[in-house]
Design a protein around this ligand. Sequence first.
Ligand SMILES: [Zn+2]
Length: 153
Amino acid sequence: MEEAPRFAADRMLGRLARWLRLLGADVSWYPDLGGSEFLRRARAEERIALTRDKRLRTAPDVGFLSSDGFRGQLREVLARFPFDPQRHAFSRCSRCNKELTPIEREDVRSLVPPFVYANHQRFARCEQCGRIYWQATHPERILGELRRLGLGW
Ligand SMILES: [Zn+2]
């Protein structure tokens, strides 16, 4: 299975990082690092450095993004480092970047709202933060966003 690329997002790109994770990409986000320090860390972890920092734009292994908003940024990333979101979506926690673990439906009964439990069959959990994901809601939101980006599935 083709792997989604590994990214590092600079401190200005927190929202983009969460969206790329929802699409299944492995994204580190460093809210405290900037400039050359950020680039050093990204290289040490062998990640593509995504940044809005113009000083870094000439480095060959940097994905410099010109858009201010996360929708434009997402479009730039997918155009330059293409991967198939349909294959990878719903596999990673948008908050922690941890891969999700499938969880039995019975085990989430007390953890999710009753209407969610009643209407969904497949659930997964982030072992790090405990957040529960279900297969319908989040991909629906992702789908809507991708349609707005003109990428549609
Ligand atoms: Zn998590």
